[in-house]
Design a protein around this ligand. Structure first.
Ligand SMILES: Cc1cc2nc3c(=O)[nH]c(=O)nc-3n(C[C@H](O)[C@H](O)[C@H](O)COP(=O)(O)OP(=O)(O)OC[C@H]3O[C@@H](n4cnc5c(N)ncnc54)[C@H](O)[C@@H]3O)c2cc1C
Ligand code: SF4
Ligand code: SF4
Length: 627
């Protein structure tokens, strides 16, 4: 029998957030964490299988160590690498490159100045004068294929005795060894959403919620991310890691430190044509083209495969900092194209680098946490080296952790300062970081000054450098009208802007073409459209049921933003013109490079160091371990 009264609809009960205890929880599995876990995992158990040190959460067992990696598998990040491999060899004294796919010892290194064969690049008058002299006196300099191979390069750039690696392949090789010890667990496809912070102490991490809509609201199949509590949280989530960002926002940066220097790195892995004669281990570094500010790299792996790409730096003062288009022009420079023509795209990707070095160093330790890797300011911009340094920070922390575990001392700020911080301050990488600290400041005032400043800092062990305090991007990026003044009339920019917005495409292609950059003649093999690079090269994916990880914080700022540089530079064409002037984000195209986080043109109200894009934890991205 029913009484006829309307019954209240019952909301389905939401699943409860689960909680787990561990001894050490780690965020990210990049080179830094690989160094940490390689060193740690070897010291947790005695040769007879008994614990060398005891777990606090599982008495009688070795410490419980869990590592969560955002990407869908180990080694799905991006880095075409040449490294001196000092840190790597210290961990693997008998390392044989033949055991690691795509690894080769460095055999030849060249630094090459590329002239502009097209006449479209934006060169200062000293550079134009230098180019004219080179062309006029080409019999006297090693000038060939519109390029000059420098007859000499400073020792601090050399990678003699080092290795050319595919970071993806190397990470998979290390990952298998680390997990093979049975003492640590690595969980790919598991982004960490936030650090748990109680009373100024980091007590663990919370994993990302699943079964939510784009805004993070629970939907069908909602599963709240688990909380992992641990005595020590190791943060190695790279230069744009959300946990590093959260900790910086909570605890602040040391006085005078900032993270205003960075670069967007974009690369192709290419099957070189059969007739290519470049030997495995060949390392080419270029500068001068497609724009003077853009550096290029070309590393040759065994079996006629190469990793090649460009870095677009923070001090490239243009509102169209597009890496993909510039990469294609760079590849077609005659000096490089003679090796590449007829080659085939194998893999593609992009990622940003934190280039502030010591100046960007956060608080390295605190109660319950320690920072390692690029997010801890380890990358050396003078020597162009990040992997070895990141790896070494991990090994130094692991030695410190073992020392503390053996002494049964807790992971307090003081104990971590007395062990990890001390080791780090006494290390080779710290000494070299001091030399590099101001080495690139000259670039703030132009390329010629930048190159001279680098040489000065490198050759004087950091005693001298050319000044130029780095400024945040919004103070560097001119409006489109300012940048193209004298080249494209304001009315034409407006017309192109409207046309591109109507088509839902970025503007840089039209602007660059207007300034003399030729259209790219796609060949479907190596010169492919950006979309094809995403699908064929990056194999980009995004599983459903997760919130958007790129969020425009103040849409009203976007509405009045004239450059919309986030659209122009997006490495995956994931940001496009949207309604009412607010860009639209498509998670399924995002390669998680973080370029939009660094490059946004406007700061948020009340914080001049914080831009209008929030870059959060997210799933998916690149699906290739060849980068
Ligand atoms: C194109 C390119 C070329 C380069 N070339 C060289 C070179 O030739 N030589 C050299 O020495 N260095 C090079 N570098 C720099 C080098 O790659 C970095 O310095 C190095 O990878 C830093 O290591 P890391 O472990 O600190 O950070 P990363 O390599 O950034 O690793 C961080 C890891 O954390 C994961 N992560 C992020 N957020 C989360 C989260 N919320 N939850 C879980 N996991 C998360 C990421 O997916 C990633 O796997 C290059 C970089 C690029 C982009
Ligand atoms: S996110 Fe930044 S760059 Fe993009 S439209 Fe908004 S304010 Fe401009
Ligand atoms: S939206 Fe994604 S692909 Fe585009 S710049 Fe941002 S992180 Fe990179």
């Amino acid at each position: 029998m029913t009484d006829g009264a309307a019954k209240p609809t019952q909301e389905p009960a939401q699943p409860q957030r689960q909680r787990m205890e561990a001894d050490i929880v780690c965020v990210g599995f990049g080179p830094a964490m690989a160094g940490f876990l390689t060193t740690l995992s070897r010291q947790l158990v005695n040769p007879d299988g008994t614990p060398a040190v005891e777990s606090a959460v599982m008495p009688g067992a070795p410490p419980q160590v869990l590592c969560y990696e955002r990407a869908d598998d180990i080694g799905f990040g991006v880095s075409g690498v040449v490294t001196r491999a000092r840190g790597l060899r210290a961990s693997f004294p008998n390392l044989d490159p033949r055991e690691i796919p795509m690894a080769a010892p460095v055999t030849e290194e060249k630094v090459v100045y590329l002239l502009d064969p097209i006449g479209a690049s934006r060169r200062s008058w000293p550079l134009r004068a230098a180019d004219a002299c080179i062309r006029a006196f080409q019999g006297l300099v090693p000038f060939e294929h519109d390029a000059v191979e420098l007859p000499w390069s400073p020792a601090f750039l050399h990678k003699t005795g080092g290795l050319v690696l595919s970071m993806g392949q190397f990470m998979q090789w290390v990952g298998a060894q680390v997990q093979g010890t049975g003492t640590v667990q690595v969980w790919p496809g598991t982004p960490v959403a936030e650090a748990l912070i109680e009373d100024q102490r980091v007590t663990g991490v919370r994993l990302l919620d699943q079964g939510v809509d784009k805004r993070g609201q629970p939907g069908e199949g909602f599963m709240p991310g688990m909380d992992i509590h641990a005595g020590l949280t190791v943060v190695g989530d790279g230069p744009v890691g959300p946990i590093g960002q959260q900790i910086d926002a909570h605890f602040g940066l040391p006085e005078g430190h900032h993270t205003r220097d960075w670069a967007v790195g974009m690369k192709f892995v290419v099957d070189l044509p059969a007739e290519c004669s470049l030997k495995p281990g060949t390392v080419l570094h270029t500068f001068g083209f497609p724009e003077p500010e853009i550096f290029g790299f070309f590393y040759v792996h065994p079996e006629r495969v190469a990793s090649l790409g460009i870095f677009v730096p923070s001090w490239f003062d243009t509102p169209v900092r597009t890496a993909y288009r510039y990469l294609q022009h760079w590849m077609q420079h005659p000096y490089l194209w003679r090796h590449l023509q007829g080659g085939k795209l194998r893999s593609w990707g992009a990622k940003t680098l934190g280039e502030s070095g010591r100046r960007g160093e956060p608080h390295l330790v605190g109660d319950g946490y320690a920072r390692i890797g690029e997010g801890s300011g380890s990358t050396n911009v003078l020597t162009g080296s990040g992997v070895d340094e990141a790896w070494t920070t991990g090994t130094l922390l692991a030695e410190s952790v073992v020392e503390l575990l053996k002494a049964r001392r807790p992971f307090t700020r003081q104990n971590l300062e007395e062990t990890y911080l001390q080791r780090r301050r006494a290390s080779w990488m710290e000494a070299e970081a001091r030399v590099a600290e101001k080495s690139r400041d000259g670039f703030q005032k132009g390329v010629v000054r930048g190159v001279i400043g680098m040489a000065l800092a490198g050759l004087t062990n950091g005693r001298f450098a050319l000044g130029g305090e780095p400024v945040p991007p919004y103070r560097r990026i001119p409006t489109l009208e300012e940048y193209y003044r004298g080249r494209i009339p304001v009315t034409e920019i407006e017309r192109l802007r409207k046309e591109c917005s109507t088509k839902g495409v970025s503007l840089h292609g039209a602007l660059m073409q207007r300034c003399g950059w030729p259209a790219i003649a796609f060949d479907g093999q190596l010169l492919v459209s950006h979309q094809d690079a995403l699908l064929l090269g990056g194999k980009v994916q995004a599983p459903p049921g997760y919130a958007d990880h790129v969020v425009f914080l103040y849409p009203e700022l976007c509405e009045r933003c004239g450059t919309k540089i986030c659209i122009e530079l997006c490495s995956g064409q994931a940001i496009s013109p949207g309604e009412s002037g607010v860009p639209a984000f498509d998670r399924e195209k995002c390669v998680h490079c973080g370029a939009c986080y660094w490059n946004c043109a406007l700061p948020v109200p009340g914080n001049p160091e914080r831009m209008n894009i929030s870059f959060r934890a997210g799933t998916g991205g690149l699906h290739s371990a060849e980068n």
